[in-house]
Write a new protein. Structure first.
Length: 320
């Protein structure tokens, strides 16, 4: 990673400074590399998934590891080797595609570097941000964003941006756009039935058209790298569906920069199954366990088979 990026990423991750690590241009490569490091750790730990010995394996959901433990003599299987689907949140999608064999690690990291630097530049061009919102059943996000845009127009802002940029779980969205629009929404939270609002510590309105300047640099680098058909199913942020072929990946990775992340919809696609079918094991690999928290809100039964794997050493192991 250091050779590709031109700086010591490991040192930045472990020692900081924190404000440098939080910058988009450093944060995205860090998340990408730390996610794949966690996959290596998971593979090294070689956790076993148990199916029923002497009987047909429990039905597996297409696109995910084996279902939960079954009674009877156990048949041990490797988690990473048996994984049949992956999904990544925003930049995590690049890590999911490397894991699935669609992208080479070094080439994908270079693409992430270009993406991150271009998004940082686009963010600095316009005062913008992202607002996390917990709503209520009667919350109308579209109407709230429309009124926030009208407010911006009244301030003299041309073509203001204020739109849902991330679908997290039922009644939770991230709204992104001009800072004046987000301030307006916070001030009028009650009117729009927002239960809670919180500004995210990011530098721009990611996954909106304010990121359009980042589209061309990423598109250019993606045309220069080889993309294979994934060996396992990988779900796209853009439409919540499986990637079909290499051109499809190229097109949607570029589109993802300016499109909302449909994570809630992706969770529904991934865990859709016939009634009575066991839920699969799910592993969140990488920094933080926010995706597990979202899964819990989207599908409590699926979350019961969830585990988080961080790239860092386990505290217990470090202490012994």
């Amino acid at each position: 990673a250091e050779k590709v990026l031109g700086y010591d990423l490991l040192s930045l991750c472990l020692e900081g400074p924190r404000d440098a690590l939080d910058r988009t241009q450093h944060c995205q490569p860090a998340v990408f590399v730390a996610s794949l490091a966690a996959v290596e750790k998971l593979n090294h730990q070689q956790p076993e998934v148990r199916g029923a010995g002497g009987r047909p394996d429990p039905p597996r959901l297409p696109g995910l590891p084996r279902g939960p433990a079954d009674a009877g003599p156990a048949l041990s299987l490797q988690v990473v080797g048996r994984c049949v689907a992956a999904a990544g949140y925003s930049v995590g999608e690049f890590a999911a595609l490397v894991f699935a064999g669609a992208l080479d690690f070094a080439e994908a990291l270079y693409a992430v570097k270009v993406r991150a630097e271009a998004m940082q530049k686009a963010a600095e061009a316009v005062p913008s941000g992202m607002l996390s919102v917990i709503g209520r059943p009667q919350t109308n996000y579209k109407f709230a964003c429309l009124e926030a845009r009208k407010h911006c127009e009244s301030l003299g802002i041309e073509n203001p941006v204020c739109t849902v940029s991330n679908y997290l779980f039922p009644d939770s969205r991230v709204i992104a756009g001009h800072l004046q629009a987000l301030d307006f929404l916070q001030e009028n939270a009650r009117k729009y039935y927002f239960a809670r609002t919180k500004m995210l510590p990011v530098s721009g309105a990611f996954h909106t058209r304010l990121m359009e300047p980042a589209v061309e640099p990423l598109a250019e680098v993606l045309t220069s790298i080889e993309i294979q058909k994934p060996l396992i199913c990988v779900y796209s942020n853009v439409d919540g569906k499986k990637y079909m072929h290499s051109n499809h990946i190229k097109k949607l990775l570029v589109k993802q920069v300016v499109s909302p992340v449909l994570w809630e919809q992706t969770m529904h696609s991934v865990y859709e199954r016939k009634q009575g079918t066991d839920f699969p094991y799910t592993y969140e690999v990488g920094p933080g366990n926010q995706l597990g928290a979202i899964l819990k809100k989207c599908n409590l039964k699926a979350w019961k088979q969830y585990k988080h794997v961080d790239a860092l050493e386990d505290k217990e192991a470090a202490e012994t």
